[in-house]
Design a protein around this ligand. Sequence first.
Ligand code: NDP
Length: 284
Amino acid sequence: MSASIDLYAVIGHPVAHSRSPAIHAAFAAATGQTLRYERVLAPLDGFAQTLADFADQGGLGCNVTVPFKFEAFAAAAERSERAELAGAVNTLQRDSGRWLADNTDGVGLVRDIVVNAGVPLAGRRVLLIGAGGAGAGVLGPLLAEGPAQLVLANRSLDKAQTLVARHTDLARRHGSELRSSGLEAPGTGFDVVLNATASSLGGGEVPVPASVLKPGALALDLMYGPAARPFLAWATRHGATGRDGLGMLVEQAAESFAWWRGVRPPTADVLATLRAEVDATQGH
Ligand code: NDP
C-alpha cells in the first residue's frame, strides 16, 4: 500500500490563474518535503462546503484567495493576532479536526520590501492606498515595523477610518503616527507608497497625485503582470523606484509553507523563475 501524500490547496473563485501550486511545488523540492498542492475552485456560495470536503479528503492546509478571505476568517476556530486585526484570512491549517487561521499577506509584503528590496520601514513615512481585503491584511505587519507615520488612504473614507480605529493601539505600541485620508490630498513626499487598490485592474489612473512620491521613493503595486504596468510607469516617470507584487506573492506563500511544514523555504530562486515567466508573457 502506498503512503498517502500530504495534501494542500489554494481555494478561490476564479483559481485557474493561481501560481501557488508552482510556488509550493518549488518550495517542496527545495526543502525535500513530499506533498501535493492543488487548485480548488469553490462555487461562489459554497466556500464552507468546499472546505469541509477538502478536510474529508485529508487536506492538511490551504491558502484562500479572492473572494473567500472573509469567509475563511469566519470558518476558523482559532486565529493569529494578525489575522484578527486584518479581519481576513489567507492561510488555514487543520489541527485536531479544527481549522487554525493566519494571514500571511502582510508579513510577505514586509519581507519583500525590507529583505528583497532592501528598504527599511522603521522611521519612514509610508502611504498605503486601499482599505479592501489586501489593505486590511498588510496594515498590521507594516505598523509592526515602526514607521514614523502611516497614512491609510481610500476612496471610501469610512473604510479607512474603521481600519485605522482597529489598529490604533498597535500603532501606539510601535511609536507610529497612524491616520486615515481620502485620495485627493493624503500628504506629500512619502518614502514608501503602496498601491493596494484594484484601480489598475480596469486600466484606471493611479488614484493619488504624484506629489505623494518623495524623489527616490519606493512605489510598490501589490498587483503584478500587465495590471501593474501603469502604476510602475507612473512611479518611474515621477522619479520613484517601482516594484510589483510578485515578491509579496512568493513571500506570503513561504510564510504559509513554513507554518504548515515547520521549515522555511528559500525564496530567491522561486521569485527569479516566476519573474522570468511573467516577463515572458508580457512580451519582454
Ligand atoms: P478589494 O476588492 O477587497 O478592495 C479593492 C480596493 O481597491 C478598495 O480599497 C477600493 O476602494 C479600491 N478601488 C477599487 N477601484 C478603485 C478605483 N477605481 N479608484 C480608487 N480605488 C479603487 O480587493 P483586495 O484588497 O483583495 O485586492 C487589491 C489588490 O491587491 C488586488 O488587485 C490583488 O490582486 C492585490 N493583491 C496582491 C497580493 C499579492 O500577493 N501580490 C495579495 C493580495 C492582494 P473602495 O473601498 O472605495 O471601494
